[in-house]
Design a binder for this molecule. Structure first.
Ligand code: SAH
Length: 215
């Protein structure tokens, strides 16, 4: 356990602080969430390395830097309602909950949804609500959301997500016309206006669904 704490500390110093992650809440959350518990047992020793790792079903847990970057881009604040599309391992959701946000997260693969639900329950992340569904449709029953974060790459920004974003609100999503290569797109809604900007190249697994790629 002590080893893992030390690994986490090193990850924050070497991968985050040196690369422009300055938000103190993000750094604190990355220091405290036990990332090694969100990967398969055989991969635990690699959990804090500077790359994504497989979590089964062809999916991955994002690289620590990407989790921190997306968390920072949404300008996190305790008490905000945040919708995440792509629960995967549940790690990103735990980081958001650790910062005191009310988290709604949607996953389309049943086994990943169930495993994340059990783990988050065991770790007592009570502010995370999970749903098994096509997240490109959002989670309309609980909308609007102050923040929306999509952790899989799609061909476009799903319209239902823009509609379910509060005003003011911030949405971040990897978007690309080709699979496996996207740009990180940030959509801000303010005063009835929707403004879009790009934050550079990333590589995520596919967003599959009605407003994503075909499965
Ligand atoms: N945030 C995750 C990253 C998981 S990878 C983590 O911290 O581990 C992206 C996830 O998005 C995969 O689990 C994939 O199954 C899921 N996904 C892809 N398309 C989806 C959709 N339309 N709705 C919900 N989840 C989707």
């Amino acid at each position: 356990m002590l080893d893992m704490k030390r690994n986490r500390e090193r990850m924050v110093k070497q991968q985050l602080e040196t690369r422009g992650i300055t938000d103190l809440a993000v750094l604190a959350a990355m220091r405290s969430v036990p990332r090694h518990l969100f990967v398969q047992e055989a991969l635990r020793a690699q959990a804090y390395e500077d790359h994504p790792l497989p979590i089964g079903h062809g999916q991955t847990i994002s690289q620590p830097f990407i989790v921190a970057l997306m968390s920072q881009i949404i300008e996190p604040q305790a008490g905000l309602r945040v919708l995440e599309i792509g629960t995967g391992s549940g790690y990103q959701a735990a980081v958001l909950a650790e910062m005191g946000m009310d988290v709604y997260t949607v996953e389309r693969i049943r086994e990943l949804h169930a495993a994340a639900r059990d783990l988050l329950r065991t770790l007592k992340y009570r502010k995370v609500r999970l749903k098994l569904d096509d997240g490109t449709l959002g989670w309309p029953e609980a909308a609007p959301y102050d923040r929306i974060l999509v952790t899989a790459g799609g061909p476009e920004v799903p319209l239902p997500l823009i509609e379910q974003l509060a005003d003011p609100g911030i949405l971040v999503i990897p978007v690309g016309a080709s699979k496996r290569m996207q740009e990180l797109v940030v959509v801000r809604k303010q005063g009835g206006r929707v403004v879009r900007e790009s934050k550079g190249g990333v590589a995520f697994v596919d967003l599959v669904g009605t407003h994503g790629w075909r499965g």
